[in-house]
Design a protein around this ligand. Structure first.
Ligand code: FAD
Length: 439
């Protein structure tokens, strides 16, 4: 009689969860239960393209069930994990169901961090999940439609966009938004003064694209400047209302669309895991990705504080998530075979960012060989097409990119969340300007 299969419960079907499940699925005698609150894997690096109508949401979402349909040992379960018991390798779902395994891998990712900025959670548009991207897309289209019917709304910030955060998310979104406005909206809105549109990018740091080199910072600023994006560096957004954003230097920008790319913290369920949390609420792990004191529990991807050999923590990147997920699987298998688990080694292939049409930055390899412009743009296309899951999605994305590049028109300009993003144009609680001091 064959022994019972090793049962591994994996929570999260992002890059880390997929890396883990794909590795486990290659082994005989292993059964995997993959739990996610969505029935799809989402490709976060391209969310900004959904938000700016370059790609359809179906181009960057892949059915988890379909991904593993040929893997008889992998069961996909749709559900929201609300509690974790690391001692018994169990998780509990919102509806009370429980899954327990011989090992547990947590790969639940992050959520936006608003850093207690007043009004941000209520009024800003985060860009973390597919849902966020379609909501933002609808808001962008809705403000254009409203201004087209009533140009006086431009004075209420209808065509003013504020992007918070000068990291890759903010820079990529600002560049793509600028292209959408300059190349598509100007052609499609015949009666509207589209030239009145403004994009403001605000960051409390002094350089764009932190984590990249100094010349990349300058290149990003130059490209965005050329596209008309106004940079507010060294300034924080201190408050956001339904019709405005206030900056630390006292500037009040009337706007109906503040995009939040200001930072991330651990997914909410991390707090329910009962294991030590470090910076950003992330779960502290040992170099082999295991949790101290809980044998058989591993944490991978964004939700983990993964120590590096030089005393730092790994960055929150898709490649770190994918590789750490796969490494956690190796260590689960090592445990089962009675072998020692090994410390995670990250194979750094570099970082890249796209700043709108034809302009990209790539820093290749651990030594960060730097590429700008068209070569980096080509590298970006290649890397993202390779990373995307599913042949059909890759083909669809390439058709959309080609169409966009040559026709300068966007395919999926779909305002499908009107109810949720409907704007009350009278609702503007912008702080009154301070009365001038009497002399
Ligand atoms: C806008 C944006 C752009 C980015 N661009 C890049 C880039 O260009 N290059 C790069 O390398 N990285 C990029 N990143 C970072 C990269 O996407 C993340 O590092 C990576 O997605 C992390 O993978 P993960 O599997 O840890 O988490 P996620 O991909 O977030 O996956 C977590 C999964 O867990 C599920 N989940 C969470 N909580 C629960 C729960 N309670 N119950 C059930 N399921 C749950 C979620 O539904 C999700 O499927 C970007 C991130 C963002 C937000």
């Amino acid at each position: 009689m064959s022994p019972d299969p090793l049962h591994v419960v994996v929570v999260g079907g992002g890059f880390a969860g997929l890396g883990c499940v794909k590795r486990l699925a290659r082994e005989d005698g292993v059964r995997v239960t993959l739990v996610d609150r969505h029935n799809y894997h989402q490709f976060q690096p391209l969310l900004y393209q959904v938000a700016t109508s370059q790609l359809a949401s179906t181009d960057i979402a892949f059915s988890l069930r379909k991904l593993f349909r040929d893997e008889a040992g992998v069961e996909v379960k749709l559900g929201e994990v609300t509690a974790v018991d690391p001692a018994t390798h169990s998780v509990e779902l919102a509806d009370g169901d429980r899954f327990s395994g011989d090992a547990l891998v947590l790969a639940v990712g992050s959520q936006p961090n608003f850093f207690h900025t007043p009004g941000a959670e209520e009024h800003a548009f985060p860009l973390y999940a597919l849902d966020d991207a379609t909501r933002l897309r609808s808001r962008v289209l809705e403000v254009f439609e409203a201004a087209d019917r009533d140009p006086s709304l431009i004075g209420k910030g209808a065509l003013t966009f504020v992007v918070v955060g000068g990291g890759p998310t903010g820079v990529e979104l600002a560049g793509a938004l600028a292209d959408l406005i300059a190349e598509t909206m100007t052609v499609e809105y015949h009666d509207l003064a589209v030239s009145a549109a403004q994009i403001h990018l605000v960051d409390h740091g002094h350089a764009l694209l932190g984590g990249f080199s100094d010349s990349a910072h300058d290149y990003a600023a130059k490209v965005l400047g050329r596209k008309g994006v106004r940079l507010h560096m060294g300034v924080a957004v201190t408050e956001i209302g339904p019709g405005h954003a206030t900056l630390g230097d006292g500037t009040v920008l009337p706007t109906r669309c503040v995009v939040w790319g200001g930072g991330l913290k651990a997914a909410p369920v991390a707090a329910a895991a009962g294991v030590p949390q470090g910076r950003g609420g992330r779960l502290d792990v040992q170099p082999d990705l295991s949790v101290a004191g809980f044998p058989g529990v591993y944490v991978a991807g964004d939700v983990a504080n993964i120590p590096t050999p030089d005393g730092h923590v790994q960055p929150q990147l898709g490649s770190v998530a994918l590789q750490s997920g796969s490494w956690a699987a190796e260590n689960v298998l090592a445990d089962a075979a009675g072998k020692p688990a090994t410390a995670f080694h990250y194979h750094d292939k570099g970082i890249m960012a796209m700043i709108g049409r034809g302009a990209a930055i790539a820093e290749v390899g651990a030594h960060r060989h730097e590429l700008h412009g068209a070569i980096a743009f080509s590298a970006w296309l290649g890397v993202h097409a390779t990373l995307m899951t599913g042949v059909r999605n890759r083909i669809d994305a390439f058709i959309a990119w080609g169409w966009d590049y040559f026709t300068k028109s966007r395919g999926p300009q779909v305002l499908d969340r009107a109810e949720e993003t409907r704007i009350d144009w009278e609702d503007d609680t912008a702080p009154e300007a301070e009365p001038a001091a009497r002399s």
